[in-house]
Structures are given as C-alpha cells and as structure tokens.
Design a protein around this ligand. Structure first.
Ligand SMILES: [Ca+2]
Ligand SMILES: [Ca+2]
Length: 492
C-alpha cells in the first residue's frame, strides 16, 4: 500500500515535471475563409485587426493551400494527415470513421491526447456533426457547442437561388445581435475554457468558426465597415473562362452556389461581396475575443496558436461563387502560427499545405514525430522563413483533378488530361491560361514536367458512401453526383 502510494506520487511528480514545459495549443479554424484577410492582402478594404495582430506576433504562410476545396475532404485530410487521394474522401460524405481502414486513425487532437494533453473541440472542426455521435468520447476529452448560424431572418433575404433555393444560400443584414450568432457562442465557450482550464495537464483547444460560410448574415455594424458606395469589387474579368478547359466546369457542375451570371442578373454581386466582407470582419472579432482571453490567461506565454481556413471562396471570380475549383480563390488559405518558437511579424512564401499542420504542431510541441504523415513539418520554415521547400502545394478535387503550386506557377491537370498553367508572379489573378488550346505549349514543357512529377499517383478509389459534390470519370464520360454530364447543358 505504502509502495503504491509512493509510486503514485512519483508518477504525479514526474508527469508534472514533463508537462510543465509542454506548450499548450490553441487551434482556430475558420470555414470558407479565402485570402481576404489583412495578413494576405487578398482584398484592399478588408478589416481583420485580430488576425493582423496575430500575424504581427507570428509567422504567416502566404502561399498555403488546402488539400481539397470543400469542407469534409479538406478537414479529413488536415485532421488525419492524409491526402484526399489517399483517403478517397472527396465529397461531403462519408465521415472517415465510417470507413474500416480509418476507424482507428489517430487524428491530430488524439495524437496530443496520447501525449498527455487535455483535448477540447468546440464549433466546426469536423464537417457537420461528425465526431459528435456514437463514440464521441474517443475524439476528444471535452466537446463544446456545435457550429450554428444562430439568429436567422424570418425568410431568405435574396431571391430564390438556382439548384433548389438552398436555405443556406443567403446573405445580408437584418435586426439581430452579435450575441445571438452561433460563432459568438463558440467564442464564449472557448473564453470560458481558457478561464477555467485545469492546471495539471497541457491543453489542445480546437475552436472552429462557421462564418463567412453562407448564409452570410452579420449585424449592421459590420456592414458599416464597407460602405456600398466606396467598397472595392474583386477583379472580375469578362470572358475569363474562355481559355479554361471544358472539364474545368465539371468539377463544380451543379451546385447551390450561384454562378456569376445569376448574381449579375439578380443584382446580387455587390451584396454578396459586401456580406462576405462583413462576415469576415465579424468572425475576426470573435477570433479576437478568444485571443484576448488567451492573453489574459496564465497560458499567454506558453501556448502555440495556429489559425487556418479549410478552403477559400469565389465571389464571382472565374464566373462562379463558392468553392469547388482548383484556382487561387478556392485553394489559397490563411495559415498563421504564433507562440513559443515562432518568429514575430514574419512571412514565408514557400508552398505550405494544411496537411503540414499536424506534423508541424507535433514538432513545435516537441512530441515524438508522428508516423504515417503525408504532410511535412513546417518547422524548418518557422526557424528560417527563407528556407526553400522542395514540395509544392497540391490540391485535389475529386479523383484525377489536381492543382500544383510552387513559389511561381500554378499547374492544373484535370481527369481527362486537360491542363492550365498560370504564372502567378506575372498574373496573380490567374487570368491567362498559358497552355490553353491553340497556344504553343513548348516554352512551358519543362515547367510542366517539373510540376507534373508531384501529381498524385495510385489514387485510392472513391470511399464507400461517397456523396454530394462527387465527380467521376467513367468509360462513357463524366458523372456528377451519379448523373451523366451533358456538356451542352452547362450553365455559364
Ligand atoms: Ca468549408
Ligand atoms: Ca482566362
């Protein structure tokens, strides 16, 4: 009995000694946030003071890209450390735990939990309610509130949208309070956790915000930041799709997110842009509430912060709104690290992938190197932001469709072999497809050969239960959500 007591005491003392120098982790995820944030400069008017302050005390990866331009596959990849091409998860279904081969895959929070961390998840980290059902206790120690829209108007604020007038497809302002929004409640939960965190364990706190995902509702004060008369519109080049291949339409063939043609016909382009900007600033204010609480807590000096978005969003660029593309507006995402070991006010333009977050956080926290990762730790770039990275950033949207970005080029290859190439230094808006049909491909053969080496091979078959936004190339043509694509029916 006495021996047991002593050995328990020794274990407690040892554990405290080990934990004492382990940094905590605060991971902030934002849904559908493109590069319209101050640290990335994607929109000249955008006001995101909290993210700017985080960038000032950390390192921003200015050339970071998601692995899939859609919630479920992107988050599955980030949290498991596997590419969509190796999970077969490309659609809004399945939840990867439903697949026998990933039932026990150790996710990012679970990896920290296995190293003695207390793990907490609030808001949208996994897609929808994933992880919160049966066996929820296996995913983390503490679940906070799920993501929600919160206050809604009595009826939609915009005209009925194509593709079934989806209830989420809406934007604008109406009388409500910031406190009644789902993201406010998620931020409040995170603040409460930081104020009452037990001291005996380091923590891994994941906080996922829903906005600026549609419906883009915000209170009037956030719209007032962007006066309609002076707000800058994104550059929308008429005819920009004239040089993109036919299959570039297949990857977003039929969606609830309206095309630019519908936005224009319904005078909704400016309202959408303004609502999106308002929501970006609102969500930034909620990031600020959480970061202020961290600053006021005993953990201010010993917490690694990482902020990311699961993918970007088009606001009319390339004739579409929404995600589901392989261009900059869909793949380019905020990725900011701050805290112990991270240089202040720094930028790194080397290609980075959301997939890299898992091994990077493990390295920053000095845990054993996680095995079986497809991401590569960004620690060398955190130590020296100028240090080159050989591997480009790869984004995949359904089997066979990939984009590859290095520090200069974006190369896209679709499942039917069609190609695009953009010189992002000379053409940051990716207007000019250098290898459009009829153009001389030869001057770019070397660049294409170099980038093509990184295209995923041996792609895993589509995961069982795949649904929603699934594109397949079959012997007799392309199928969108099980329905054969008839090219002449394309909605421009
Ligand atoms: Ca998303
Ligand atoms: Ca073009």
């Amino acid at each position: 009995m006495f021996h047991r007591l002593i050995s328990c005491l020794v274990v407690v003392l040892l554990t405290s000694a080990v934990f004492a120098d382990r940094p905590n982790v605060l991971m902030i995820a934002i849904d559908d946030l493109n590069d319209w944030v101050e640290p990335l400069g994607g929109h000249p008017d955008v006001k995101t003071p909290a993210m700017a302050a985080l960038a000032a005390r950390g390192l921003t990866f200015t050339n970071a890209h998601c692995q899939a331009p859609l919630c479920n596959p992107s988050r599955t990849s980030l949290m498991t450390g596997l590419r969509p091409t190796d999970t077969g998860v490309y659609g809004l279904s399945p939840w990867f735990r439903a697949l026998p081969e990933f039932k026990d895959r150790v996710t990012l929070p679970q990896y920290f939990q296995s190293h003695g961390y207390r793990t907490l998840i609030g808001g949208k980290i996994y897609h929808g309610g994933n992880g919160r059902g049966r066996d929820a206790e296996k995913e983390c120690d503490v679940w906070g509130p799920n993501a929600s829209v919160g206050a809604k108007p009595e009826k939609k604020l915009i005209p009925p949208t194509p593709g079934g007038n989806h209830p989420l497809m809406d934007w604008g302002t109406f009388p409500h309070r910031d406190e009644d929004k789902g993201d406010w409640q998620v931020a409040s939960w995170a603040v409460d956790q930081l104020e009452s965190m037990p001291d005996e364990q380091p923590f891994f706190l994941s906080v996922g915000f829903f906005l600026p995902h549609v419906p883009c509702y915000a209170t009037q004060k956030w719209f007032d930041l962007y006066p309609d008369q002076t707000m800058t519109m994104p550059p929308l080049l008429p005819g920009d799709r004239d040089d993109t291949p036919e299959s570039s339409w297949y990857i977003h063939w039929d969606l609830p997110e309206p095309r630019l043609s519908w936005l224009e016909a319904n005078h909704q382009t400016r309202p959408l842009v303004r609502s999106y900007l308002a929501c970006v600033s609102f969500v930034d204010s909620q990031v600020g509430r959480v970061l202020d609480a961290l600053e006021a807590s005993p953990y201010a000096g010993n917490t690694i912060v990482v902020l990311w978005s699961d993918h970007g969003y088009h606001l009319g660029e390339k004739a579409i709104s929404g995600k589901n593309s392989l261009w900059a507006r869909s793949t380019h995402v905020p990725l900011i690290f701050a805290g112990p070991g991270v240089p202040k006010d720094s930028k790194c333009n080397q290609p980075a992938e959301l997939l890299d977050i898992y091994p990077t956080l493990a390295a920053l926290a000095a845990l054993d190197e996680p095995q079986g990762m497809e991401g590569i730790s960004l620690l060398p770039q955190i130590e020296d932001p100028q240090r080159p990275r050989e591997r480009p950033a790869i984004c995949s949207h359904n089997a066979g469709n990939h984009s590859v970005c290095d520090t200069r080029w974006r190369y896209i290859r679709y499942a039917d072999g069609a190609e695009e190439l953009y010189d992002r230094n000379a053409d940051p808006d990716e207007y000019d497809n250098l290898v459009a049909p009829g153009r001389d491909r030869l001057p770019f053969a070397d660049v294409i050969a170099k980038l093509s080496q990184w295209l995923p091979t041996d792609e895993r078959p589509l995961a069982a239960g795949s649904a929603h936004r699934i594109l397949e190339r079959r012997a007799d043509g392309f199928y969108w959500e099980e329905k054969k694509i008839v090219p002449s029916e394309r909605v421009r």
